[in-house]
Design a protein around this ligand. Structure first.
Ligand code: SF4
Ligand code: SF4
Length: 166
């Protein structure tokens, strides 16, 4: 049989719970009019990835493969190439000549972002990627690479990708 202390504890828990319910009942209803209006996403939302550039416009990715190694879905494919005097794409020795993410497999866990030593890969806010054709879910570097910052003068670039992130 429950003693008085347990009864009081249970009653106060019910009152506390009902307090939360009442507070939420009184709060104004928030309805998002998506897709008529843009969806409001939290800053930390993990959407389609972006491949970042440094202040000089160079690609931050140095093709170290750590993101691919950390990926539990094995959905990152990278081909590395060496920077040369004539072709300099990143600030490191190597750059990602090919960088693909297969969004039919990505679970948006963020492990790749955490693993990256140069902050080259981040999550953007893109989420409208549903497709009936899974081949369109393989995003290439050109799809994810951010634009060269305005005013940036990359030291040497004889080959670059003109693209905006999704
Ligand atoms: S978010 Fe997760 S599953 Fe998606 S590419 Fe990065 S590590 Fe892989
Ligand atoms: S995105 Fe980052 S972790 Fe992945 S290969 Fe490039 S530098 Fe390495």
């Amino acid at each position: 049989m429950a003693n008085l202390g347990e009864v009081i504890d249970a009653a106060s828990a019910v009152v506390k719970g009902m307090g939360v319910t009442l507070k939420e009942m009184m709060a104004p209803t928030v309805t998002e009019n998506y897709p008529d209006e843009p969806a409001k996403l939290q800053e930390r939302y993990r959407g389609v990835h972006e491949l970042q550039r440094d202040e000089n416009g160079m690609e931050k990715c140095v093709a170290c493969f750590l993101c691919a190694a950390a990926c539990p879905s094995n959905c990152i494919y990278i081909e590395a190439a060496e920077n040369t005097e004539q072709v300099r794409i990143s600030g490191g020795e190597r750059y990602a000549k090919v960088y693909n993410i297969d969004y039919s497999r990505c679970i948006f866990c963020g492990y790749c972002v955490e693993a990256c030593p140069t902050d080259a890969i981040t999550h953007g806010h893109g989420f409208e990627i549903a497709s009936y054709n899974t081949s369109t879910l393989i995003y290439r570097k050109e799809d994810m690479l951010v634009k060269i910052p305005e005013g940036a003068k990359p030291p040497v670039i004889t080959e670059h990708v003109e693209a905006g992130a999704h």
